[in-house]
Design a protein around this ligand. Structure first.
Ligand SMILES: [Zn+2]
Length: 172
Protein backbone atom coordinates (compact mmCIF):
# COMPACT_ATOMS: atom_id res chain seq x y z
CA UNK A 1 0.00 0.00 0.00
CA UNK A 2 1.38 3.40 -0.87
CA UNK A 3 1.92 5.80 1.99
CA UNK A 4 -0.51 8.31 0.56
CA UNK A 5 -3.39 5.95 1.40
CA UNK A 6 -2.32 5.85 5.06
CA UNK A 7 -1.22 9.42 5.82
CA UNK A 8 0.18 10.39 9.18
CA UNK A 9 -1.88 12.82 11.24
CA UNK A 10 0.41 14.75 13.56
CA UNK A 11 -2.41 15.90 15.85
CA UNK A 12 -3.83 12.35 16.07
CA UNK A 13 -0.80 10.11 15.48
CA UNK A 14 -2.45 6.90 16.73
CA UNK A 15 -5.54 7.29 14.55
CA UNK A 16 -5.08 3.89 12.88
CA UNK A 17 -4.97 1.86 16.07
CA UNK A 18 -7.87 -0.53 16.50
CA UNK A 19 -11.03 1.11 17.75
CA UNK A 20 -9.88 4.61 16.85
CA UNK A 21 -10.74 6.58 13.75
CA UNK A 22 -10.42 4.09 10.88
CA UNK A 23 -11.32 0.58 9.78
CA UNK A 24 -9.90 -1.46 6.94
CA UNK A 25 -12.54 -1.38 4.23
CA UNK A 26 -12.55 -1.66 0.45
CA UNK A 27 -15.83 0.20 -0.09
CA UNK A 28 -15.47 3.18 -2.43
CA UNK A 29 -14.68 6.53 -0.90
CA UNK A 30 -17.40 8.98 -1.93
CA UNK A 31 -14.84 11.72 -2.36
CA UNK A 32 -12.13 10.11 -4.52
CA UNK A 33 -14.11 7.04 -5.72
CA UNK A 34 -11.20 4.71 -4.94
CA UNK A 35 -11.48 1.87 -2.43
CA UNK A 36 -11.12 3.44 1.01
CA UNK A 37 -8.52 1.02 2.36
CA UNK A 38 -8.78 3.08 5.56
CA UNK A 39 -12.40 4.17 5.97
CA UNK A 40 -13.10 6.89 8.49
CA UNK A 41 -15.43 5.71 11.28
CA UNK A 42 -15.63 8.93 13.26
CA UNK A 43 -18.18 11.70 13.16
CA UNK A 44 -18.37 14.43 10.54
CA UNK A 45 -20.24 17.45 11.80
CA UNK A 46 -21.84 18.98 8.73
CA UNK A 47 -25.22 19.60 7.14
CA UNK A 48 -24.79 16.68 4.71
CA UNK A 49 -25.85 13.13 5.35
CA UNK A 50 -23.25 10.55 6.34
CA UNK A 51 -20.25 10.48 4.02
CA UNK A 52 -17.98 7.50 3.38
CA UNK A 53 -14.49 8.91 3.25
CA UNK A 54 -10.95 7.55 3.22
CA UNK A 55 -7.97 8.69 5.26
CA UNK A 56 -6.26 10.36 2.27
CA UNK A 57 -9.24 12.55 1.46
CA UNK A 58 -9.33 13.78 5.05
CA UNK A 59 -5.60 14.44 5.04
CA UNK A 60 -5.32 16.24 1.72
CA UNK A 61 -8.37 18.43 2.23
CA UNK A 62 -10.46 16.87 -0.54
CA UNK A 63 -13.20 16.10 1.98
CA UNK A 64 -13.42 19.81 2.74
CA UNK A 65 -13.93 20.61 -0.95
CA UNK A 66 -16.40 17.77 -1.36
CA UNK A 67 -18.61 18.88 1.53
CA UNK A 68 -18.63 22.49 0.36
CA UNK A 69 -19.26 23.53 3.96
CA UNK A 70 -16.65 25.86 5.36
CA UNK A 71 -17.84 25.27 8.92
CA UNK A 72 -17.76 21.49 8.92
CA UNK A 73 -15.60 19.82 11.55
CA UNK A 74 -14.43 16.35 12.55
CA UNK A 75 -14.27 17.32 16.22
CA UNK A 76 -16.76 18.01 18.98
CA UNK A 77 -14.40 20.28 20.86
CA UNK A 78 -13.82 23.72 22.23
CA UNK A 79 -10.36 25.22 22.22
CA UNK A 80 -8.38 28.30 23.09
CA UNK A 81 -6.98 30.53 20.39
CA UNK A 82 -4.70 28.80 17.90
CA UNK A 83 -2.81 30.14 14.93
CA UNK A 84 -5.02 30.23 11.83
CA UNK A 85 -2.79 27.83 9.91
CA UNK A 86 -3.53 25.10 12.47
CA UNK A 87 -7.25 25.63 12.64
CA UNK A 88 -8.30 23.94 9.40
CA UNK A 89 -5.67 21.24 9.84
CA UNK A 90 -6.96 20.25 13.26
CA UNK A 91 -10.67 20.71 12.75
CA UNK A 92 -11.06 19.56 9.14
CA UNK A 93 -7.98 17.50 8.22
CA UNK A 94 -7.39 15.51 11.42
CA UNK A 95 -9.61 12.53 12.27
CA UNK A 96 -11.76 13.08 15.33
CA UNK A 97 -11.46 11.14 18.56
CA UNK A 98 -14.25 9.23 20.24
CA UNK A 99 -15.82 11.19 23.07
CA UNK A 100 -18.99 11.22 25.13
CA UNK A 101 -19.31 14.98 25.22
CA UNK A 102 -17.62 18.05 23.82
CA UNK A 103 -14.22 18.43 25.45
CA UNK A 104 -11.41 20.93 25.32
CA UNK A 105 -8.62 20.24 22.82
CA UNK A 106 -5.47 21.58 24.53
CA UNK A 107 -3.53 24.36 22.85
CA UNK A 108 -0.10 25.64 23.92
CA UNK A 109 1.56 28.67 22.35
CA UNK A 110 -1.39 28.78 19.93
CA UNK A 111 -0.58 25.30 18.59
CA UNK A 112 -2.77 22.24 19.16
CA UNK A 113 -1.32 19.34 21.09
CA UNK A 114 -1.44 15.80 19.71
CA UNK A 115 -3.95 13.33 21.11
CA UNK A 116 -2.14 10.19 22.26
CA UNK A 117 -4.20 7.99 24.56
CA UNK A 118 -7.53 7.30 26.17
CA UNK A 119 -7.58 6.54 29.88
CA UNK A 120 -8.88 3.05 29.27
CA UNK A 121 -7.59 0.03 31.15
CA UNK A 122 -5.57 -1.02 28.09
CA UNK A 123 -3.89 2.37 27.79
CA UNK A 124 -3.66 3.26 31.48
CA UNK A 125 0.04 2.48 31.61
CA UNK A 126 0.73 5.50 29.40
CA UNK A 127 -0.49 7.70 32.24
CA UNK A 128 1.98 6.23 34.70
CA UNK A 129 4.74 8.84 34.49
CA UNK A 130 5.42 11.88 36.69
CA UNK A 131 4.81 14.36 33.86
CA UNK A 132 1.47 12.87 33.00
CA UNK A 133 0.55 12.66 36.69
CA UNK A 134 1.23 16.38 36.90
CA UNK A 135 -1.01 17.04 33.88
CA UNK A 136 -3.73 14.88 35.42
CA UNK A 137 -3.55 16.79 38.67
CA UNK A 138 -3.69 20.16 36.93
CA UNK A 139 -6.83 19.29 35.03
CA UNK A 140 -8.77 17.29 37.60
CA UNK A 141 -8.09 19.73 40.43
CA UNK A 142 -9.77 22.43 38.35
CA UNK A 143 -12.95 20.47 38.92
CA UNK A 144 -12.26 19.93 42.60
CA UNK A 145 -11.44 16.27 42.04
CA UNK A 146 -9.08 14.58 44.49
CA UNK A 147 -6.83 11.57 43.91
CA UNK A 148 -7.31 8.88 42.85
CA UNK A 149 -8.52 10.50 39.65
CA UNK A 150 -11.05 8.71 37.44
CA UNK A 151 -8.68 7.76 34.65
CA UNK A 152 -11.48 6.52 32.40
CA UNK A 153 -12.50 10.13 31.76
CA UNK A 154 -9.01 11.29 30.84
CA UNK A 155 -7.67 12.03 27.36
CA UNK A 156 -3.92 12.39 27.11
CA UNK A 157 -2.26 14.96 24.85
CA UNK A 158 1.36 15.85 24.21
CA UNK A 159 3.05 18.65 22.34
CA UNK A 160 3.93 17.73 18.76
CA UNK A 161 7.43 19.21 19.02
CA UNK A 162 7.84 19.36 22.77
CA UNK A 163 7.51 17.52 26.05
CA UNK A 164 4.58 19.17 27.68
CA UNK A 165 1.56 17.01 28.43
CA UNK A 166 -2.02 18.01 28.98
CA UNK A 167 -5.04 16.02 30.02
CA UNK A 168 -8.60 16.78 28.98
CA UNK A 169 -11.64 15.40 30.70
CA UNK A 170 -14.47 13.75 28.81
CA UNK A 171 -17.18 12.83 31.30
CA UNK A 172 -19.75 10.23 30.40
ZN1 LIG B 1 -10.97 9.22 -0.72
Amino acid sequence: MSADRKPFFRFNPNAYEIGRAFERDEVPCEVCARPCIWRYTGAIYTHKAKVTVCASCIYNGDLADFLDDEFFTLHDVSHEKMRPEFEAELLQRTPGIACFNPFEWPILDEKPLAFLHYGTKEEAHHFDTPRVAEAMKREFSRYGWKEPYPLQYALLFKEVDGDRYRVSIDLE
